[in-house]
Design a protein around this ligand. Structure first.
Ligand SMILES: [Zn+2]
Length: 606
């Protein structure tokens, strides 16, 4: 079976060997139903620990051990329900199963809501005594993670008021979604093949359209619609920023950013460092845009010329099985165990390989403590980038594989900050492997260009977003309100800075700042930029190093959620509090541009 045929199969028609085998979670739906029943029956037992947590270390340990069992069961139930829903969202049984799970989980969580405040209310010296006993040894990391929030927890009455605000607090984000996803209409774009609908999804494809006039029309039409709603959008964003600041202030944080970096224990200097280091390397980005301009033969580059591929996707075919072989060969520097396990998993039951009717689009990895680290793909043989996706998702899955085997349930799960390192690391190794295997300059140019675009999209662009978020928040914190004009001029300043003197900025260019959904989840996107920097540095160390570097990297995968990200990455061999990892990524970017220039000359595209 392959997706090259235009006929897309229904779920029932997909042969079993192409589907994931969910039996590591549950043998069948009935087994899941039985476990859900068990989970719901046990839920009322959560109450029996109420009021006892400060009595003794043993009582506290009893409660934590019970909750651990409940949470592990909940995770298993949830993953099965989630994966079944993802394989076919058109099947109402899958929706029904998932919503029954959600109800049960929410009920249990509500019942357990007394626990964190009760633990935090135990006096410091008493909890330290508790922690010194063997009874709590296995829960120390989990408890310390709860206790560090103590200075930011309020009185019971205040906490109640905050909890009651949860629903209304979502208004800005929800309204942004409703406005941009449902109410806005972008119409159709005239193309040489007739009019085509313009949507959020098709906008990306239009920006890659070979016809410059089509790109220009799509760009103007898209941003005109945002411009028509600029006052609403600016107010929604401003409300979201004010909410971030309010929440930080009531919880005694110095700033909104400090509050958002607190859960990962990332110092604000890491963030500032990222922005500063990237800022001082922007000359390289400007050099890239100039190369782009010359390769496209355009006098002045517009923003709608910055995504069109310089080298078209190659029509090299990889069957799924061939893709697995290539990925595993590329990851050889990670050693025998990593490669063997991944190879078996990818060809065994980990992966749901191809598209079918009702299946979620895109790709993801879903690793839980009890089951295999499953991967959803929509693999296409004719897309080389799908081989990269497989390497990426395989990186997440192996991270899960190592962390579940080396940690107890209570702290096996790693943060997003760390997750994207394990996945992009694999893409680095794959790019290098494919470069070495190929003699074809077109293939080489494609691979170099892909790596460049990845760095532009994750390192440079996300840092620009991070800088924008830092400015909007600190501006309000300093008493300067956000308006349509102030938001646009700040965004324009950043576009000028990041795109450089050779890119022309359209009059609508600064409206873009009002359309980024990520901004409604503040101080999050910087993790993409730090993630790829760490991955570039670590891949370089492992490729040029020996077993010492490799074992350090594997130790990082094994550490799971037992350490905070900066610390676990330090053990892997990369120091995120210094500018070196970001500098290494920029150096790599610079050498890729040189390489692309040479290759484009060879291909007579320059
Ligand atoms: Zn990922």
């Amino acid at each position: 079976m392959s997706a090259k045929t235009s006929q897309i199969s229904s779920r029932d028609e997909v042969p079993a060997e192409y589907k994931w085998d969910l039996s590591s979670l549950y043998k069948n739906d009935d087994a899941w139903e039985k476990d859900l029943k068990r989970y719901m029956q046990r839920t009322p037992e959560i109450d029996r620990f109420k009021g006892t947590l400060g009595e003794s270390a043993e009582k506290l340990a009893d409660c934590l051990a019970f909750m651990n069992q409940m949470n592990q069961l909940q995770e298993r139930l949830g993953y099965y329900a989630h994966l079944k829903l993802s394989e076919d969202v058109s099947d109402s049984r899958n929706h029904d199963r998932f919503s029954r799970f959600m109800q049960a989980a929410t009920a249990a969580e509500a019942r357990a809501s007394y626990q964190t405040p009760e633990i935090q209310a135990i006096p410091d010296d008493r909890i330290e005594q508790f922690l010194a006993t063997p009874a709590l040894e296995e829960f120390e990391i989990a408890l310390r993670k709860i206790l560090r929030y103590k200075p930011h927890v309020l009185s019971e009455a205040e906490e109640r008021l905050l909890a009651l605000q949860q629903e209304p607090n979502q208004t800005a984000q929800k309204s942004f979604g409703a406005l941009t996803d449902a109410d806005m209409e972008f119409g159709e774009v005239e193309t040489p093949d007739g009019p085509q609908p313009l949507t959020h999804a098709s906008f990306g494809s239009f920006m890659e359209h070979p016809d410059r006039d089509v790109r220009a029309r799509a760009y103007e039409q898209f941003f005109s619609e945002f411009t028509a709603h600029k006052n609403t959008l600016a107010n929604l964003y401003s409300g979201s920023v004010q909410l971030d600041i309010y929440q930080a202030r009531v919880r005694n944080f110095d700033s909104a950013r400090a509050a958002r970096l607190f859960p990962d224990d990332v110092p604000e200097s890491v963030y500032d460092n990222l922005v500063e280091t990237v800022s001082s390397g922007l000359e390289q980005l400007h050099r890239y845009y100039d190369l782009r301009r010359r390769a496209l033969g355009i006098e002045r580059l517009e923003l709608y010329d910055t995504k069109v591929p310089l080298v078209p996707e190659l029509t090299v075919k990889h069957t799924y099985e061939e893709a697995v072989e290539v990925v595993v060969e590329a990851l050889a520097p990670l050693g025998e165990e990593y490669c063997r396990v991944l190879h078996e998993g990818l060809l065994g039951g980990w992966v749901d390989r191809y598209e079918n009717k009702g299946k979620r689009s895109g790709a993801f990895s879903a690793g839980s403590y009890d089951g295999w680290p499953y991967i959803l793909m929509n693999f296409r043989e004719d897309l080389l980038r799908d081989v990269f996706t497989l390497a990426h998702e395989g990186g997440h899955s192996m991270h899960s594989w190592y962390s579940t085997r080396n940690n107890p349930f209570q702290h096996y799960d790693y943060t997003i900050f760390e997750a994207e390192v394990a996945s992009t690391f694999n893409e680095q190794l794959l790019a290098k492997h494919l470069m070495e295997r190929s003699e074809d300059p077109r293939m080489q140019a494609y691979l170099v260009n892909k790596q460049i675009d990845d760095l532009v999209g994750t390192l440079f662009r996300q840092t620009m977003f991070a800088e924008y978020e830092a400015t909007t928040h600190s501006s309000v914190e300093a008493g300067r309100p956000l308006t349509v004009d102030s938001l646009r001029s700040e965004y324009r300043r950043l576009l000028e800075k990041y795109f450089g003197p050779d890119v022309n900025l359209h009059e609508l260019a600064d409206i873009e700042g009002l359309r980024i959904p990520h901004f409604y989840r503040a101080f999050y996107v910087y993790k993409y930029a730090t993630g790829i920097s760490a991955a570039v540095s670590l891949a370089r160390q492992v490729i040029h190093g020996n077993s010492v570097e490799r074992d350090r990297y594997l130790e990082f995968l094994k550490s799971g959620g037992s350490r905070f990200p900066i610390e676990s990455l330090r053990l892997a061999g990369v120091e995120m509090t210094e500018s070196t990892p970001v500098e290494v990524a920029i150096e790599k970017f610079s050498s890729l541009i040189d390489r692309l220039e040479t290759l484009l000359k060879e291909l007579r595209q320059l």
